[in-house]
Design a protein around this ligand. Structure first.
Ligand SMILES: C[S@@+](CC[C@H](N)C(=O)[O-])C[C@H]1O[C@@H](n2cnc3c(N)ncnc32)[C@H](O)[C@@H]1O
Length: 329
């Protein structure tokens, strides 16, 4: 059975490598549960610093299957060996995130987070810090690659027409949209996230790209509270990215965030912050998400999921990793 998986992965790898080379893409998805008995998402990352090498980020997806501990460990080891074999990479360059962490150790799972290395990867020629071991995610959500390009294009177009494009990035994570926006010509930006860890990561991403932090500022704040204050003080932005988590519940927040329940308020507040002719990009990865119809009508939201989900993340029989909408007011 592992042979079938290895064969499929080999075919996928040849296809996606060629696809990526043609587009100048160096980080991409090479396998996404293509064989249901091997429920993994495997991403290929080419690093440029501190060494040029390839790393694989392998996420096991929880399907609820039950196996004995011994069978599970043996199976995961075999799968990881097959992946390393097909990709011709050493075990140290495969980073496994498995659904249950407590059972026996595997050489593919780097548990010493303090020693985890950071790397620099490239997207559209811009530099981003990636970490394959410490957190569940790597620092760059690859499924948003086309949306980052779309935001950059939008800003570059505006910057050609008029001086002074103001960009707002809400729930910014490591600030990748901000890097693209600033390098596309945004004159000013505000990047809001609640997490100190991620704001520090954003600061490093801005520094990696030589972005001036006097014009591109970071706000460590709860977006829900920050928006109330920004609307009250009549702030204005030309382009906004709103990409909330599905749910969020932190000690630093006054209220729990639930994107299904709260998106009407969030989108409406963003609408109020847009300058004339301003544009909003709204994205969610909640699988069951339903956009409120009166909201869609009021702000003329147009679904852009077909453009924003990259080919390497599309699977015919499955919902994509996110859905996205756009509006110009
Ligand atoms: C899904 S990620 C956003 C992904 C990001 N837009 C990107 O494409 O790279 C969610 C982020 O929201 C932040 N977050 C969660 N609740 C928040 C809140 N109430 N206010 C501000 N940030 C919040 C988390 O710290 C995390 O960085």
């Amino acid at each position: 059975m592992t042979d079938a998986f290895a064969n499929r992965l080999r075919k996928n790898l040849a296809h996606w490598k060629k696809w990526a080379r043609r587009r100048g893409i160096t980080c991409f998805r090479i396998y996404d549960r293509d064989i249901p008995q091997f429920p993994f998402a495997i991403d290929w990352y080419e690093t440029v610093s501190p060494r040029a090498e390839t790393h694989l980020h392998v996420q096991e997806i929880d399907t609820g299957w039950k196996m004995t501990d011994a069978d599970y460990t043996a199976w995961l080891n075999t799968v990881c060996e097959a992946i390393c074999g097909v990709c011709a990479l050493p075990a140290a360059q495969l980073h496994l995130k498995r659904r249950e962490r407590q059972r026996g150790t595997l050489q593919y799972e780097k548990l010493d987070h303090a020693a985890a290395e950071s790397f620099v990867i490239l997207e559209a020629g811009h530099r981003f810090e990636a970490n394959f071991d410490t957190y569940l995610d790597t620092g760059l959500f690859l499924d948003h690659r086309p949306m980052r390009a779309l935001v950059a294009e939008t800003i570059a177009e505006r910057a050609k027409r008029e001086a002074g494009t103001r960009f707002l990035n809400l729930f910014a994570y490591t600030g990748s949209f901000t890097v693209h926006a600033a390098l596309a010509g945004a004159s000013h930006s505000t990047t809001v996230d609640l997490s100190n860890t991620y704001q520090a990561w954003t600061a490093r991403n801005l520094a990696l790209n030589g972005i001036d932090t006097r014009r591109h500022t970071l706000a460590r704040a709860d977006v829900l509270a920050w928006l109330v204050q920004a609307v009250a003080s009549r702030e204005r932005y030309d382009v906004i990215v709103l990409d909330p988590p599905s749910f969020s519940n932190s000690k630093k927040m006054v209220e729990v965030l639930d994107v299904q329940r709260d998106h009407v308020g969030l989108v409406s507040q963003c609408g109020e912050l847009l300058a004339g002719g301003g544009e909003l990009f709204f994205s969610t990865n909640l699988r069951s998400f339903e956009l409120d119809p009166p909201l869609a009508q009021k702000w003329s939201l147009r679904e852009i999921t077909h453009q924003s989900v990259p080919e390497d993340f599309r699977r015919p029989s499955r919902r994509g990793p996110h859905r996205a909408w756009h509006t110009t007011i």
